[in-house]
Design a protein around this ligand. Sequence first.
Ligand code: GLU
Length: 512
Amino acid sequence: MSASTVRVRFAPSPTGGLHLGGVRTALFNYLFAQKHGGVFILRIEDTDQSRFVPGAEKYILDCLEWCGISPTEGPHQPGAFGPYRQSERKERYAQHAEALVAKGLAYYAFDTPEELESMRTNLKSDQNPSPQYDHKTRMQMRNSLSLCQKDVKQLLDSGQPHVVRIKMPAAETVSFHDMIRGEVSFQTDQVDDKVLLKADGMPTYHLAVVVDDHDMQITHAFRGEEWLPSAPVHLLLWEYLGWKEKMPKWAHLPLILKPDGQGKLSKRDGDRLGFPVFAMDWTDPRTGEETKGFKERGFLPEAFVNMLAMLGWNDGTGEEIFDLETLTERFSIERVHKGGAKFDFEKAKWFNQEWIKRSSTEKLLPLVSQQLLANGLEATENKLNEIIPLVKERCQLVNDFVAQSAFFFRDPASIDINTILPKWDAKKEQFFEHWMQIISDLAAFDATHIEAAFKDTAAAAEIKPGELQLPFRIMLVGGKFGPPVFEIAAHIGKESTQRRIRLCLELLKQQA
Ligand code: GLU
């Protein structure tokens, strides 16, 4: 590997469904790696054993594969920098935490949860209204800085549960250059002495992210904006561990915001407003709870990825439709916005419609066929080859193909008779009676011939064809939708066309 090889990572925690914000982080990593001929790594951050969910890792990989942005290196495809699951790297973190304690840059803390709780209430003062474990309070707590060496040794020897905390400097300014935000500075007195190693020997995110980014030779680290407040801890860890020169370039990606109100888009917002937030359907193995994903809701991966790329980024040209290849060409992390991007489900569906329009029949065929089958409609490949181009313009979601084409396979389940009735009269009824006979006599039953005959019959009856087309459409499809009506008639054939006219005329008679 040359020194300049770009290495980026997507580092999800396997705790449940993959949120669209996570997929966008993965996408930006993927695009950056592709653009620079680099390596895109998947690292599974599973150090929080209480939140670990079996199956979540496989699900994450499946989602990335569906999006077409599979990582090149990861637990599924190990390279030279494994293991790629943090739980399998446990010893490395402990060793570094100990080294920091030995250098006086971190310390052991023996406080129980009750002691931490009472610190928050007992040490509250006007000067320190919300006390945290930091340079102001640490000497009043039970740790290897406040206790004498003998006591510390005794506590350690007796196996007293303890954590390792970083010793944040009292008054320093730390700063770094964020690829999106520019120069970002923090005062260390604002940040608490974060836990680095937990009592169970597992690292926290803070220690693990630095050790792993170092060991995996990560050159650029892109992560959600929610990690920005922790950046000073990570900066100091890079320095304290003696790796400052090798720190990756960072970019903190803007949040994806709720469509209404303030704050980060959550799964609950999706449930509340009726749209998916996860990439694919997710079933929680612990509770059996099922959550819908974009895929199963009827999104094409191209549209999902395109929509995500535009949440917080654009190429400045006003263009909106991009495939992965063009995104790779145009993408630059510096053009990602600082501000949060509001999620808009209507816009997401617009992207999908644009992608359905652009997709070939060949590509749509298996997806449409599957949807139709799930709704009890069996269609031959030939039939689908004819129907898909006719209706795809009208479909926002792959699932819409069912409503938009069911009438090709079966008589409409309901007829919107109320749209016909206001302008219905005996003359029109006679026209359709006559039209059924004409149909029987038509030698060629294709759209052009049907249309010509329909117009001739209308002219003979002295009715404008425009006034007859809407009832004809409703007779055939049940409502005011669908592709050109003569195309529909041609596809369903003479018999079905006649039967549907007859059925509707009977309904109209009953209403009269
Ligand atoms: N495990 C962290 C998360 O899921 C990763 C953040 C990072 O990329 O450093 O948000």
